[in-house]
Design a protein around this ligand. Structure first.
Ligand SMILES: [Zn+2]
Length: 519
């Protein structure tokens, strides 16, 4: 069953047609006694440091469990599949994070579930994840194998009912390493940065009667993520380290923060004692915050220029352009964080852009500081909004994000169009099937060449086949139809009319292993 079929099930009123379950979870499973609210947990944390002054009382009344008094089998139709409430205490010197995570999972699969599976990305690393406890009503003996935590339910979770599982664990964050592993530095630390990307367990996507956990691999990503609502309370034991976090963030002082982000595939945070923040507001009213690590000014023949300012402008202009081309950006705020690891990395309402690209900034737009900033912003449509299987069909987000760089260059720097094709694509003589999985490559370069760069060539040829208006119309409809979902390529091809499919058949045959449009 393709993922889409699963997702179609979300729309059915399955609860009405199901026999009454023998035992349903009750509202008490989500009571404050079981899951202390973030506000109460934060207020009971000890003050930061011996010189801490009065601790302001968090007033996050919104942190009350929204379903505390509601029937957990009668949640609103638009309730998210998962809702995470997290308390995290960061010990900067020890590189550890002590976490309590309460996850309410709503069974929209249409059938009872006998277990829940969490994907635990940090367990990719040796000894980075230490599970302390798994608790909740009807939770059996859990087990973890690799990045997969299985939580048996002693009473099946009926369709359209929710249950809450609380995980307690300690993360020991690894240093940002050398070589290919350095690309995973979004979960890692340097002497001036502590990065928490893909640090929290997420409930696996359910498809074909099973839970999806993709095997870890050095190249690309292996996440398949549903959207969820996030509330993350953070306490940092060294308050000189500031947090860059997405969404609506309340700062309580003494290293304490509460971040909220609805309908997001992840909630990521970076900490540094060196952060310099610069802010802009787009024409659409989106606040853009760029956090750099200082020293982003470059001396040029024309005077001093600041890479932070450039990244901020590129982020704001690309958010505006992509909103026009693909549909609205779904949040009030977007943050860009200079990352002490190679390249860049997309998260929900958050992107890392590598220190390397800031260092190589020349004051001119023709470089990777421009392209990677724009690329990561494009992922807010091709990842954060339209989700896909990053291991098996990585082209769905990466080819579109890379092609979005070209759309940006065409719009704002048209004289650099030829440069972009030479510098970004043709110089690498890309080859390989666009619809390859990440597992088919022995180098990151070969993976990028096939999936990203040949993917761009395929998309551009389709634009020639169809005309720009029809091509971008397809992309806009694709977002509107699939935002919040996890899709297979069939959802993309489903936006093409029969005539458009015919017009692009030769292009598909040239670039794809599977030129048919199903599956
Ligand atoms: Zn990308």
């Amino acid at each position: 069953m393709p993922l889409l079929t699963l997702l179609a099930l979300l729309l059915c009123g399955c609860n009405l047609s199901q026999p009454a379950p023998a035992v349903r979870p009750t509202a008490t499973t989500f009571s404050a006694a079981v899951i202390p609210t973030l506000a109460s947990r934060l207020s009971t944390l000890p003050p930061a440091g011996s010189n801490a002054t009065a601790t302001p009382e968090p007033t996050a009344t919104q942190s009350q469990p929204t379903a505390a008094a509601a029937d957990l089998c009668a949640l609103p139709a638009d309730a998210p599949i998962a809702q995470h409430r997290v308390d995290a205490e960061v010990d900067i010197a020890a590189h550890t994070v002590t976490v309590t995570q309460a996850t309410r999972y709503l069974n929209r699969t249409g059938a009872p579930l006998n277990d829940l599976v969490f994907n635990v990305e940090p367990n990719y690393w040796l000894q980075a994840f230490a599970l302390t406890s798994v608790t909740g009503d009807g939770v059996g003996e859990s087990s973890i194998t690799g990045r997969r935590l299985t939580v048996p339910l002693t009473t099946p979770l009926e369709a359209d009912c929710a249950t809450t599982v609380t995980l307690a664990f300690i993360l020991t964050v690894p240093p940002v390493s050398e070589g290919v592993e350095a690309f995973k530095g979004y979960f890692g630390y340097t002497d001036r940065q502590f990065n928490l990307g893909h640090w929290l367990p997420t409930v696996a996507v359910r498809a074909n009667g099973g839970w999806i956990t993709r095997e870890a691999f050095f190249a690309g990503e292996q996440n398949v993520l549903d959207v969820a609502d996030w509330e993350v309370g953070l306490r940092v034991n060294d308050e000189t380290w500031l947090a860059a976090a997405p969404g609506d963030v309340t700062e309580y002082g003494n290293g304490r923060y509460l971040g909220k982000l609805p309908r997001a595939r992840d909630y990521s945070i970076s900490l540094s004692p060196d952060f310099v923040k610069s802010t802009d507001i787009t024409l659409d009213g989106v606040t853009v915050d760029v956090y750099t690590l200082g020293n982003t000014e470059v001396q040029t023949a024309g005077g001093v220029v600041d890479g932070a300012t450039h990244a901020l402008t590129m982020a704001a202009r690309s958010l505006e352009l992509f909103a026009q081309l693909y549909g609205p950006y779904p949040y009030q705020r977007m943050i860009i964080v200079q990352g002490d690891f190679p390249d860049g990395m997309e998260f929900s309402a958050f992107s890392f852009v590598s220190t390397t690209w800031f260092e190589r900034y020349t004051g001119q737009p023709d470089g990777f500081l421009t392209l990677i900033t724009v690329h990561e912003v494009a992922h807010q449509w091709w990842y954060t909004q339209v989700g896909s299987d990053s291991a098996l069909t990585p082209w769905l987000d990466e080819a579109l994000s890379t092609y979005s760089e070209y759309a940006f260059i065409e719009q704002f720097y048209p004289t650099l169009s030829d440069w972009w094709w030479d510098f970004r694509i043709d110089a690498y003589s890309p080859e390989g099937f666009v619809d390859s999985t990440v597992y088919e490559f022995s180098t990151i370069r070969a993976y990028i060449n096939a999936v990203y760069l040949n993917g761009v060539r395929m998309l551009h040829q389709m634009r020639q086949d169809l005309g720009s208006e029809a091509f971008f119309g397809i992309l806009k409809r694709y977002v509107a139809a699939n935002a919040g979902r996890v899709v297979s390529p069939a959802a993309f091809w489903g936006q093409f009319s029969p005539e458009e499919l015919a017009a692009t058949a030769a292009t598909r045959a040239r670039f794809l292993r599977r030129a048919d449009v199903g599956g």
